[in-house]
Design a binder for this molecule. Sequence first.
Ligand SMILES: C[S@@+](CC[C@H](N)C(=O)[O-])C[C@H]1O[C@@H](n2cnc3c(N)ncnc32)[C@H](O)[C@@H]1O
Length: 244
Amino acid sequence: MNIPRRIEPEWLDELPPGDPRAIKSRRDLRRINALMTNATCVARELTRSFRHGSPRTIAEIGAGDGRFMLRLAERTATRWKDVHVVLLDRQDIVSARTHEEFVSMGWQAEAVTADVFEWLAQSADRVFDVIIANLFLHHFDTARLTLLLSLAAQRARTFIACEPRRSGLALVGSHLLGIVGCNDVSRHDAVVSVRAGFDGRELSALWPATRAWTLRERAHGLFSHCFVASRVNSNRVAGHCGYL
Ligand SMILES: C[S@@+](CC[C@H](N)C(=O)[O-])C[C@H]1O[C@@H](n2cnc3c(N)ncnc32)[C@H](O)[C@@H]1O
């Protein structure tokens, strides 16, 4: 089924962070991530990208409350020590408990409250081993997304995204989230997210066209779409020594 891509506002982005419906919807997001198996997808791609070593610096853009990144840390922290994680979101919602859970695994988390475009455009000498986006890129139209990916390409050695797949099956799934107890905000945003999601090689087509990158893009599971960009020679990136 060829579904045209459509971007509409999501309610969770417009509710105040402390609103009870927003709090419940963020909790629903954990369950939705689990149903989509997005942490499995991203952890697998991380492990594949760092077969011979450990990332020292990871940034998640649109990180929300940081719980998705925590799931990734749980899967990898036994092998990778002393990782510095930046959790970037325009809402200030990373709890003290989440910070402590990162520390208990030997990682440090730095929560940054900013707009992704401003943050990516500033201090371009701060290059991360990995930038991750989970359920985030679909917020943006083609022009904004092209800008976002070109900025991210200047700040990352590896870029991994896991997004909603724009498919008939994912659309059906998004309409059924009431069955697992998701609230009105989550049910609305899930349908909007699938319509704004990705298919085919749509993200590869927007990544800066240069031979410096290897690109992979594929379906993951029933509802997700995965994109990975890796630098052919990561030493060419300015400031390769990690957290700058
Ligand atoms: C669907 S949530 C995903 C959160 C997290 N990645 C997860 O999987 O649980 C999208 C997040 O993007 C954030 N966001 C939306 N637009 C943003 C922007 N322009 N800059 C930074 N964060 C943004 C929202 O505040 C929200 O927390």
